[in-house]
Ligand binder design. Structure first.
Ligand code: SF4
Ligand code: FES
Length: 366
C-alpha cells in the first residue's frame, strides 16, 4: 500500500548518548556510538525535507539531545520553517541559560522524563547520584523561561506506588501535562522485564487513582495515561498505525516506522543519507511492510476494530508471537493473549522488587 497522505510528526533521535541508564529505555539494546551520528548539515537538510513534506512537529529526542552542541541551530532551522519543536530531555545537565537560549531560538515545548517522585527512586532507576534535584531545577528553569512543560513518568514495579506523588510533583512544578506511561516491554525493558513488571493489584489501583485524579484536576493538569499492554482488552494503535502519520529517525539516519522496528529481523530500512525523506515516506520497504490493513491475518483481517487499532503493536507481536504480522497478543482476540497474561503472571510480584537491572549502557549489548 502506498503512503496514506503526509506524515504529521517525526521523532528525531539526535544521539544515543545519555548521562542516565534507565533499564526500560526505548533505544535499541545495541546503542549507536557518537561517531555514527548524523552531522549538523545532514540533520538540517533532513529537517528541511521534512518541512517540505508538510511535517508539523518534530520531537527532538535521544538519548539526551542536549548533548548535541548544534541543538540551538537545529531548533532555529525548524522554527524558521514553522515546525513545532518538542525537546524530550532527561534534564540532568541542562543549565537555565541553555533553556532560555533554546526558547529564544524558537523551541516550543519541553518534555522532561521523571524516573521517580523521590531522590531514591530517581537515582536507582537512572543510576545517577543527584539526578532528582537536577531534574527539579530543569523543570523550574523551563517554567521560568515561559515554556510549556510535560512530565513523562514511565511506570513499573519500582515506582507504581508513587503515582499520586507524581501527580503532586507535576502540580508543584506547574507542569501543563503529566504522562503516566506504563512501560512497554521491548528493547531494554524486555531485558529487564522480571525486575520491572508490576503486580496486577497495583496496576488496578493505579488505574482507579489516575481516573479519579484526571476528573478532579480537569482544566488544571492534563493527565495522559498509557495503560499497561499486558492488562489491556484491546491493543493501542501503536504509533497511530504503522507509517500512517509519524515515523522516527535514529542518530545514524535510519528511518524507521517506530523505535522498536529494528527488532523485526526481515525489515529493510532506508537511510536519510541516501534518499530524500519524501521517497522514504512513500516507498521505504520497512514502511510498506505493515502499512494499512492488507497485511493482516485473522482475527484482525475481519475485525471491526482493524482501522481503529491497526492490529496493535507489530514489535510486540514479534516479541511474543515471533511473527510481526500476528495480532498483537495484547488483544483479547489473539490466540496468544493467554500466553501474554501468563508471562505477566510469572513476572509480576508483590515481593520487594529486584533491582539487579541490566542498565542501559553503550557497548553492553554491542
Ligand atoms: Fe484490533 Fe486485531 Fe484485536 Fe481486532 S483482532 S481488536 S483489529 S488487534
Ligand atoms: Fe513498533 Fe509498536 S513499537 S509497532
Amino acid at each position: 500500500m502506498s503512503a496514506p497522505g503526509y506524515p504529521i510528526g517525526i521523532l528525531a533521535e539526535l544521539t544515543h548518548r545519555c548521562p542516565l541508564q534507565c533499564p526500560y529505555c526505548s533505544n535499541p539494546a545495541k546503542l549507536l556510538k557518537a561517531n555514527t551520528e548524523l552531522d549538523t548539515q545532514n540533520w538540517l537538510r533532513v529537517f528541511n525535507e521534512a518541512a517540505d513534506l508538510g511535517i508539523l512537529q518534530v520531537h527532538l529526542s535521544g538519548g539526551e539531545p542536549t548533548l548535541r552542541p548544534d541543538l540551538e541551530e537545529i531548533v532555529s532551522a525548524l522554527s524558521a520553517r514553522g515546525v513545532y519543536t518538542n525537546l524530550i530531555t532527561a534534564g540532568v545537565n541542562v543549565k537555565q541559560e541553555r533553556i532560555a537560549a533554546l526558547k529564544d531560538r524558537g523551541l516550543d515545548h519541553v518534555q522532561l522524563s521523571v524516573q521517580g517522585a523521590t531522590p531514591e527512586v530517581t537515582e536507582l532507576i537512572g543510576n545517577m547520584k543527584g539526578a532528582h534535584e537536577k531534574k527539579l531545577e530543569t523543570a523550574r528553569g523551563v517554567r521560568e523561561a515561559g515554556l510549556p512543560l510535560t512530565l513523562n513518568a514511565p511506570i513499573h514495579r519500582h515506582n507504581i506506588h508513587q503515582v499520586e506523588d507524581f501527580i503532586n510533583l507535576a502540580l508543584e512544578l506547574d507542569a501543563d501535562r503529566l504522562e503516566i506511561a506504563n512501560v512497554q516491554y521491548y528493547g531494554w525493558a524486555l531485558i529487564n522485564r522480571t525486575q520491572l513488571m508490576p503486580a496486577w493489584d497495583d496496576v488496578m489501583a493505579q488505574v482507579d487513582l489516575v481516573e479519579a485524579a484526571r476528573e478532579e484536576l480537569r482544566g488544571r493538569l492534563l493527565i495522559d495515561f498509557v495503560t499497561p499492554d499486558y492488562y489491556a482488552k484491546f491493543p493501542k494503535p501503536c504509533m497511530g498505525g504503522w507509517a500512517r502519520d509519524a515515523f522516527m529517525i535514529t542518530p545514524d539516519g535510519t528511518a524507521m516506522p517506530c523505535h522498536a522496528a529494528h527488532t523485526i529481523p526481515h525489515l529493510v530500512f532506508d537511510n536519510v543519507k541516501d534518499k530524500h525523506l519524501a521517497e522514504i515516506w512513500d516507498s521505504s520497504p520497512a514502511f510498506e511492510a505493515y502499512r494499512g490493513t492488507d497485511w493482516m491475518k485473522e482475527p484482525c483481517r475481519s475485525c471491526d476494530r482493524r482501522e481503529q487499532d491497526y492490529g496493535g503493536c507489530r514489535c510486540q507481536a514479534m516479541a511474543i508471537a515471533g511473527d510481526a504480522a500476528a495480532t498483537d497478543p495484547a488483544c483479547s482476540l489473539s490466540p496468544l493473549h493467554e500466553t501474554m497474561l501468563t508471562i505477566a503472571g510469572q513476572t509480576q510480584s508483590k515481593e520487594a522488587p529486584a533491582d539487579d537491572f541490566t542498565y542501559r549502557r553503550i557497548g553492553v549489548n554491542a
